[in-house]
Design a binder for this molecule. Structure first.
Ligand code: PGA
Length: 257
């Protein structure tokens, strides 16, 4: 058993109006009310952050943004900065494969975003993961290692220890396909934690919480969470209904009693 508190985060992506978000978070709040051993995080769209945070003002559920821009302010139409999120969110997802692939975000941007968030007391949830082609070509380890190294460039060991990393094989996102729990554990443990150990030492590597993401759902969460190096899940589709998301948090909590 390690000291890492499991963290289950629901990434709502571009779903839910403000009213729908409020309904969903009320249901999640009542469903996980007494669960303290597992950290529950929700990631609503920007426009619903305030309303969701208000519902959660006396709750232990944490709130995350789904993206941030790395500059503090200025002529960046449509973007949201870390100072705007400070005090509103605890976490922020960066480098999600949808942002990398649809919006062209580079490793360099992910690194700048991580620095911007940390400077404002927000914990980055850094997403990494290989494509189907890379997976089939046997390039997963080298590609993920390089993504992790680039994302962490210039961070100190304390900053790295505070991070959350999400390993999300792109071919498993929204497809119903999941990496086998053993394979996900191997990439998370040997490749991601191994890269951090090489860069910052074993203590730092053992402190970082690393989630699995990609078609995580109630039916596979227990098997995933039983893996020694998997510390949580970043959940897309199955986080959009309170029942299934709460079920995943509850099943995880049963493993950590
Ligand atoms: P999914 O998405 O659970 O719908 O596969 C996961 C994610 O993209 O974070």
């Amino acid at each position: 058993m390690n000291n890492r508190r499991p963290i289950i985060a629901g990434n709502w992506k571009m779903n839910k109006t403000i009213a729908e978000a409020v309904t969903l978070i009320r249901d999640i709040r009542s469903g996980v009310r007494e669960i303290m051993t597992v950290e529950t995080v929700v990631c609503p769209p920007f426009v619903a952050l305030s309303a969701v945070a208000e519902v959660l003002s006396h709750s232990h559920i944490a709130v995350a943004a789904q993206n941030v821009f790395y500059e503090e302010s200025g002529a960046f139409t449509g973007e949201i900065s870390a100072p705007m999120l400070e005090g509103l969110v605890d976490y922020c997802i960066i480098g999600h494969s949808e942002r990398r692939n649809i919006f062209g975000e580079s490793d360099e941007w992910v690194n700048k975003k991580a620095k911007a968030l940390l400077a404002h007391g927000i914990i980055p949830i850094i997403c990494v993961g290989e494509s189907l082609e890379q997976n089939q070509a046997g390039e997963t380890d080298s590609f993920v290692r390089q993504q992790v190294t680039a994302a962490l460039a210039g961070l100190n060991a304390d900053q790295v220890a505070s991070l959350v990393i999400a390993y999300e094989p792109i071919w498993a996102i929204g497809t119903g396909l999941t990496a086998t729990p053993a394979e996900a554990n191997r990439i998370i443990g040997l490749t991601i934690r191994g890269t951090i150990a090489d860069l910052y030492g074993e203590n730092t590597a053992q402190a970082v919480r690393i989630q699995y993401g990609g078609s995580a759902k109630p039916a596979n969460i227990v098997e995933l969470m039983m893996q020694p190096d998997i510390d949580g899940a970043l959940v897309g589709g199955a986080s959009l209904k309170a029942d299934s998301f709460v079920d995943m948090v509850r099943k995880t909590a049963q493993l950590y009693r």
